[in-house]
Design a protein around this ligand. Sequence first.
Ligand SMILES: CC(C)(COP(=O)(O)OP(=O)(O)OC[C@H]1O[C@@H](n2cnc3c(N)ncnc32)[C@H](O)[C@@H]1OP(=O)(O)O)[C@@H](O)C(=O)NCCC(=O)NCCS
Length: 179
Amino acid sequence: MALRSLRGKAFADTVREHVDLPLHVLVRAVRSDDLPKLEWFGSLAHWRDVNRRTFNDHQAGLRLMFVADVQNFPVGQVVIDVTSHEYSYLYALRVMEPFRGLGIGTELIKTGEHVARSHGFRQIQLAVEKSNTAARKLYERIGFEIFTQRVDVWSYIDHLGQTHWVHEDVYGMRKLIHA
Ligand SMILES: CC(C)(COP(=O)(O)OP(=O)(O)OC[C@H]1O[C@@H](n2cnc3c(N)ncnc32)[C@H](O)[C@@H]1OP(=O)(O)O)[C@@H](O)C(=O)NCCC(=O)NCCS
């Protein structure tokens, strides 16, 4: 038989414990065991094939993928393409929602810059959707500036084998990086 405890419920509603706990974040290269975790409990399952291809390219040194690791779980990711001769290209930056606003995105971008610099690039580029004001502000704070606008069209195959076409109205942004 279930016991009702309205007094207990009233007490429970008063409980508030604020605790500041240290959050240790390790930005490191992606590993194969990250791939299932990068689906973030199914919410990003549609990127399964994309992540697998990116991982393969990472192994080959073409596109390099980094994750923000909290207790062995990738709560953020970024990819840096180092195949172009003129500039490196940063994309697929994302941080799990409960971990946003803590500086993790900034650290991932800095890692991308560091990697680009170490490959001898003098410029890093990215694209941000025109409607994504928050991300654009973050990039501008870090020193990126808009240099073009365009519509990016690309496709991907989801975890169910379906092809999706994406049309994105974006700003192209760039930052000069120094040795
Ligand atoms: C864009 C995104 C990656 C940013 O990640 P993030 O970890 O929240 O980024 P940061 O914490 O470094 O910076 C975000 C904001 O938090 C603020 N911030 C940084 N460190 C902070 C801290 N210690 N305490 C409080 N706020 C902080 C920053 O000032 C920044 O604000 P600003 O952009 O107005 O300058 C994240 O919001 C995301 O995944 N969005 C969805 C996917 C997406 O849009 N990706 C970009 C595609 S182009």
